[in-house]
Design a binder for this molecule. Sequence first.
Ligand SMILES: Nc1ncnc2c1ncn2[C@@H]1O[C@H](COP(=O)(O)OP(=O)(O)OP(=O)(O)O)[C@@H](O)[C@H]1O
Ligand SMILES: [Mg+2]
Length: 245
Amino acid sequence: MNSPTILVKARNLHKRYGAGEKGVAALRGIDLSVAPGEFVALVGPTGSGKTTLLSLLAGLEEPDAGRVVLAGQDLASLSEDGIADLRGRSVGMIYQSINLFAGFSVLENVGLPLRLMLRPPFDAHSRARELLAAGGLTSLAARYPADLSGGQRQLVAIARALAADPPLILADEPTANLDSASARQITGRLRGLVDDGRHGVLLATHDLRVASQADRVISLRDGQIVKETALGAGRPSREVLAELA
Ligand SMILES: Nc1ncnc2c1ncn2[C@@H]1O[C@H](COP(=O)(O)OP(=O)(O)OP(=O)(O)O)[C@@H](O)[C@H]1O
Ligand SMILES: [Mg+2]
């Protein structure tokens, strides 16, 4: 049986887009798992399969072969609704930019996942306030996304990803358009979540400085894992960056 402590597990995942000669093998036999208390970075050049892997792990797309076990459940055994329900409870997703709804305030954005789960407005709002406080964002509650900096938007997106209290966070280049100070803030927030021992993070990034904050770095190339690097805490960052490069 699958250990219930593993947040997500992939076994021999294959995914192809398109048919015949023009088709692309986006993933070619990926194995990985993420446990609570683990911060795992996924690095690799453009087109190496990072986004594809994250969408398969979240059950947003189906693999051609192999399996995904999310929160102890084999996705192949669930209906589409069953997958959506499981995803809502067990995964928080953060993307590069399209994260917040422009017509909703920060507070409303953060509470939105709960409203979509048909929780009463009062519960959604009080949970959203709690999450904003935890992220040091209380003063932004009434603002709209257009009035936030890129870094603030991503911090709000993290708060929203946590609304339903999912143990796993999947983040696809969350620091891509950000200056290095904001990138450090986002990475620090994710690192803090992982260090509480209950959450696990899998984060795709091009930025080796962001990746250097992870516990483990998985390097993808052409849909395959070509290297896996364990990073011990407290090592000089120059040494770590050289090892990742
Ligand atoms: N919906 C799709 N239809 C066709 N091909 C796709 C689709 N999605 C991804 N691909 C192809 O699959 C491969 C992997 O793409 P993917 O987006 O996973 O890479 P990535 O590592 O996330 O790249 P980036 O760093 O640019 O975000 C690429 O060759 C891409 O062109
Ligand atoms: Mg991508």
